[in-house]
Design a protein around this ligand. Structure first.
Ligand SMILES: [Zn+2]
Length: 334
């Protein structure tokens, strides 16, 4: 996906590259979903590998035309390994397996082809299975010379604490909304007003906004939002029917953002993700409690680790909706 690091992100990469000798050998690049973290990781990797960094006194951003940069852009730099979710028969694997991490052993054991840095990119890092994370941990404990591990995640808290503690945590800044809108206009020809609406709907995720620029996807997303917003007036079984048809990561994140927005409205603030749903949230507020919503939000956050492996997907939908609905129960009792 061609997304450039936005200006605040380029700035952050420049700061990290300013003194590569002091850079930790393992970095956890974390931030919200769909803001361009992968592009940030790529810019960082490219800068670390570049044989002619732009400004050796300060920002060591990649020059873009040395042999290393050209290899990197072509996707075949010999000193880079990228670990992600494999796609088989058109289906994306649900986790990064231990075999994928084990395949790194030879790479780690070798010296760099270009006599420079070596890079291991893991994205999305939270998708590593437990054995995969343990295998990676061993490598993080004994990194080779000038080997950098770049772990990318939007759910840092789903990673084992042992892995997190071995990494320097780097918060990837979200791009500002003007830049996001300009990118959506350039990339997908989306007019500014429409871009602003899509960005609001996706909680400021330009990648997700571009995805929703497709009318069919937008309609499906809106039905999902409407179904969740219709609770508790619509029976939860009917809502579960609609929700179960969507991708787990999508509906779960929507339910979490809806709960958090409703809590904001209950506390007297404006919704930050779904401004168009403010009137509906005002109605709902009178029937649920802020304490109940805060509790529901915390429990949804805790069980987010199950997203990848719900034992029974339909039951997982019903249980998650029930967690949200408890905020209404407690209000009635109180
Ligand atoms: Zn270069």
């Amino acid at each position: 996906m061609s997304m450039p690091p936005f200006s605040a992100q380029t700035e952050a990469v420049g700061c990290l590259l300013a003194s590569p000798e002091r850079l930790a050998h393992a970095l956890l690049l974390r931030g919200s979903r769909g803001i361009g973290k992968a592009a940030v990781a790529a810019a960082l990797a490219k800068g670390l590998l570049c044989e002619n960094p732009a400004d050796p006194r300060g920002r060591g951003l990649a020059c873009g035309h040395c042999a290393s940069c050209r290899w990197f852009d072509a996707g075949n730099h010999p000193d880079v390994r990228t670990i992600g979710l494999l796609v088989k028969d058109g289906k994306v694997a649900s986790e990064i397996s231990i075999n994928q991490i084990r395949e790194l052993e030879d790479f780690i054991g070798m010296t760099a082809f270009r006599d420079g840095a070596r890079i291991v990119l893991v994205d999305p890092a939270e998708s590593m299975s437990v054995p995969a994370a343990n295998a990676l941990l061993k490598m993080l404990e004994e990194p080779g010379r000038r080997t950098y591990f770049l772990l990318v995640t939007h759910r840092a808290d789903s990673l084992p604490a042992t892995v997190r503690s071995r990494c320097r945590s780097v918060a990837v800044p979200a791009p500002d909304s003007a830049e996001q809108q300009a990118w959506l206009a350039a990339e997908a020809g989306i007019p500014p007003a429409e871009a602003a609406r899509l960005l609001a709907l996706t909680g400021g995720s330009p990648l997700h906004a571009r995805h929703l620029a497709d009318p069919a996807r937008l309609t499906a997303y809106r039905s999902l939002l409407e179904a969740i917003g219709s609770l508790p007036d619509t029976p939860s079984v009917a809502v579960a029917d609609v929700v179960a048809g969507a991708e787990t990561a999508q509906w779960y994140s929507l339910l979490q953002r809806w709960t958090s927005d409703l809590a904001r409205v209950c506390a007297g603030a404006a919704p930050s993700f779904f401004p168009e749903s403010a009137p509906r949230m005002q109605q709902l507020c009178r029937r649920c409690s802020l304490a109940g919503l805060t509790r529901a939000a915390a429990r949804l956050q805790r069980q987010a680790v199950l997203i990848r492996h719900p034992l029974n997907p339909r039951l997982f939908v019903e249980e998650s909706l029930a967690l949200y609905l408890e905020a209404f129960e407690s209000s009635r009792q109180g």
